[in-house]
Design a protein around this ligand. Structure first.
Ligand SMILES: CC(C)(COP(=O)(O)OP(=O)(O)OC[C@H]1O[C@@H](n2cnc3c(N)ncnc32)[C@H](O)[C@@H]1OP(=O)(O)O)[C@@H](O)C(=O)NCCC(=O)NCCS
Length: 213
């Protein structure tokens, strides 16, 4: 399917201090700093690319990452967002969230992947980002279903989707090549009908947060 402009792209999504926006060429230094500072934190959960971490995450490599993301967004295969936090009028790039492998026609489905800087982990940044992205995907993005696949050992990530009420629906043995080996994953999913009556996933997330002390 070819679009003059892919559904739901480009977009800027905001909730409180969390903003999701398309990457800019000028993000190279900030992206590289956060990726290099988080090697031990991120490597166990990322695709096996081989090669030196610092090189794979250098400002020069960002040029390729940026081009690839622009291409996937333009063709409607992905919605790659930089996750930013705002404080005292300053923007800080702290993570990434992408709806990838988007298939339209009778599927209208995509897979979400994400990570956040360890220095801001535990503050609900990614659940907020995921809720924003899902509402956007089900609205202007024209999708009906999103999946998140997570290694069983990744408790923090499983907490994110479980808190938001994703359905655990599958166990995929040796599903993806992550951190040097084929790793099992648990498949979580959500379809638009499941949150329509609640006014969307962000509304659900706000209600859940209001209830938690
Ligand atoms: C998974 C991840 C994205 C969660 O993002 P987040 O914005 O920290 O999400 P939350 O604030 O909701 O925290 C999720 C859970 O992390 C754990 N957690 C909290 N603070 C933490 C900290 N400082 N360090 C590690 N884990 C922490 C808690 O179990 C929390 O669940 P809780 O709400 O029941 O307490 C983040 O941990 C991360 O980037 N991990 C490395 C990359 C990764 O795993 N990506 C996902 C691959 S599927």
């Amino acid at each position: 399917m070819r679009f003059r402009q892919a559904p739901g792209w480009p977009a800027v999504l905001t909730d409180g201090p969390v903003t999701l926006r398309p990457y800019r060429r000028s993000d190279a230094m900030a992206w590289s700093e956060v990726r290099c500072a988080n090697r031990e934190w991120l490597a166990p959960w990322e695709s096996s690319l081989g090669g030196d971490w610092d090189q794979l995450n250098s400002p020069a490599t960002f040029r390729w990452v940026y081009r690839d993301q622009r291409r996937s967004a333009r063709t409607g295969e992905g919605m790659p967002f930089a996750v930013c936090l705002y404080a005292d009028g300053e923007e800080r790039l702290v993570g990434h969230i992408n709806v990838g492998n988007i298939v339209r026609r009778a599927f209208c489905s995509g897979y979400v992947g994400y990570w956040v800087d360890r220095r801001v982990a535990g503050r609900g940044v990614i659940p907020t980002a995921l809720a924003l992205v899902v509402d956007h995907a089900f609205g202007p993005g024209g999708l009906h279903r999103v999946e998140v696949n997570i290694r069983p050992e990744n408790r923090p990530s499983r907490r994110v989707v479980e808190k938001l009420g994703f359905r655990e629906e599958a166990y995929h043995p040796r599903y993806m090549h992550i951190d040097g080996a084929w790793r099992d994953h648990i498949g979580y999913a959500m379809t638009s009908e499941e949150i329509a009556a609640e006014g969307g996933l962000l509304a659900r997330w706000h209600r859940l947060r209001a209830r938690t002390p």
